[in-house]
Each structure stands twice: as C-alpha cells, then as structure tokens.
Design a protein around this ligand. Structure first.
Ligand SMILES: C[S@@+](CC[C@H](N)C(=O)[O-])C[C@H]1O[C@@H](n2cnc3c(N)ncnc32)[C@H](O)[C@@H]1O
Length: 276
C-alpha cells in the first residue's frame, strides 16, 4: 500500500491537481471502461502526454504493475515526472522518445494503450509496427481516437464559406484535412498491417458546445490543437478574410440553433498480438 499522505494545502497539490486536458477525458474514460486490467502487467502508454493514463493504470493495476510512458514531448513528460514524485508512484518509467524507435526489447510488454495518440503520429503505421515488436505474444492493445465526422458542423460551415468567397480551389485541401482522420476500417487495416489481430471497436459520440463561433475560435484548446491546421487550409493572404467570414457564419448558425454544438465521434479499438 502507498501510504504517502497527500495534503491538498501544499503548493504541489494545487499545482498538479488537474489530471488531464478536458479534451482527453471522454476518450480516456472510454479506454478505462474497455481495457482489460490484470495485476503484474508491463504496460506501455504511447503518446502519454502529461501522463494521466499512465498514472491511472499504474494505480488501478497495483504496485506490481510496471508502466512505461513514452512521448517525445519533453515538457509534458517533465510534468508527468513531477506528478509521479508528488503521488509517490514508483512503478512508472518515462521515456522521452518517438515510439517508432523506442528503446525497449522485443516481446517485452503485456498491454499497449494509447489515448488520442494515433491521429498525432507522423507515421501511424511505423508507430504500430514498433508497438507490435515490443508486444509479447498474446499481448493486448487498446487505443482511442476521434474519427472522420469530427466537428462535421464546423467543416460544413468552412466549406460553404470557401465556396461563397470563390476559394473552391481549396476544397480539396479541406477534404484532405477532414479525411486525414481515421475511420473504423482504416484503423482496423492499420492494426492488421502492423501484425495485430483486430478484436473489436466501440464508438461513442459526444458534443462540444459553445455559445457561438467567436467563443469556439477563441477557446485555448481550439487555438492549441486545431486552429493552425484549419488556417493552413486557407490560401496564404486570405486567412484573415476567410476566418472573419467563418466566424460570422458560425455565429449565424449559433443564433439559428440556439448554440454551436459540434459532434465528436470517438472510438476505442482493441487488438492483440497473436500467440506464436
Ligand atoms: C493528443 S495528445 C494525447 C496525450 C495523452 N495521451 C492524452 O490523452 O492527454 C497526442 C500525444 O502523442 C504524442 N506523440 C506524437 N507523436 C508521437 C510519437 N511518434 N511517439 C510517441 N508519442 C507521440 C504527442 O507528443 C502528444 O503528447
């Protein structure tokens, strides 16, 4: 038993109390509902970020479990390390690495998890092949991702603005951007190409709600996670014009519908490495 007292009045507790980005939460809860938990497993968390999933699994699977959190994002892993110290968790190891070249032996992990990693890997197939290499025969993989259909209401408005302002030459770029997200079939194919046996996929849809387009476009996580790619669809020199028109269009939609509600389709995939 970990007997370390945690005092909410300490500066560390207030500083580290927020466990995860809100965007990650519905996906993470879905993963935690589905993943099979066993004592004593070696678990690899791919694209761990600030590490809530590693911390959660390290505690839920007990002290005999070992968790390896891998992510090339140095400052996020540094925050994870501070959380581990604060919580007195000794069964999580961190690696600031690209999973494609991860420094782990072949056939060394029992479970691989990844919350919202897949859409962020430059080379998802290479990343999954590396996961396959380090997985023991019989190991499980459980990952979540958002799917094509993500924020469909936003992209519909973006398309109509491009058409109305005469930027139809950018519609292909918009479609490429929309379709870079996965589908159930595309993830299944990726998993199978990497050598995994597909087990199942469950989907869930949730909504992100805003009073209007101005609120959406000013939200910190939209500016951090989505806006740069949205702006890259617009032709250079016309970004401001297009985004001003888009903001007005989204605000008009919000007035019509009473709010701006964006659909987020989420999926949790389970797969395994076949026994030899
Ligand atoms: C959307 S964040 C998700 C973070 C965390 N799992 C969560 O749910 O909050 C995607 C993460 O994948 C990481 N990532 C991107 N490419 C990676 C790679 N090649 N290997 C490992 N992690 C990678 C990013 O640095 C980032 O932390």
């Amino acid at each position: 038993m970990n007997n370390l007292d945690i005092d909410y009045k300490t500066p560390e507790c207030g500083d580290l109390y927020d466990e995860l980005p809100l965007w990650s939460a519905p996906f993470g809860l879905l993963l935690l509902e589905r993943v099979s938990l066993k004592a004593g497993m070696t678990i690899l968390d791919v694209g761990a970020g600030t590490g809530f999933m590693s911390i959660e699994l390290a505690q839920r699977c007990g002290a005999a479990a070992k968790v390896i959190a891998v992510d090339p994002w140095e400052s996020a892993v540094a925050r994870l390390k501070r959380k581990l110290d604060h919580l007195g968790l000794r069964n999580v190891r961190t690696l600031v690495q690209d999973v494609a070249t991860i420094d782990l032996p072949d056939s060394s992990v029992d479970l691989i998890v990844s919350n919202l990693g897949l859409n962020n890997f430059n080379q998802p197939e290479t990343a999954l092949r590396s996961c396959f290499r380090v997985a023991k025969p019989g190991a499980s993989l459980c990952l979540t991702t958002n799917l094509v259909g993500h924020m469909a209401e936003f992209y519909e408005a973006y398309r109509s603005v491009l058409v109305e302002l005469g930027f139809t030459g950018r519609l292909a770029a918009l479609d490429d951007h929309i379709n870079h997200r996965t589908t159930i079939d595309s993830v299944r194919t990726l998993l199978e190409r990497a050598g995994f046996k597909f087990v199942d996929a469950v989907t869930r849809t949730f909504k992100e709600r805003f009073v209007d387009g101005s609120a959406l476009l000013s939200h910190y996580f939209i500016r951090l996670g989505f806006l740069p790619a949205w702006k890259a669809i617009a032709p250079e020199g016309a970004v401001e014009t297009i985004f001003a028109a888009l903001e007005l269009r989204l605000n008009a939609i919000a007035t019509d519908r009473g709010e701006l509600s964006l659909t987020i389709p989420a999926a949790c995939f389970q797969a395994c490495k076949p026994d030899e």
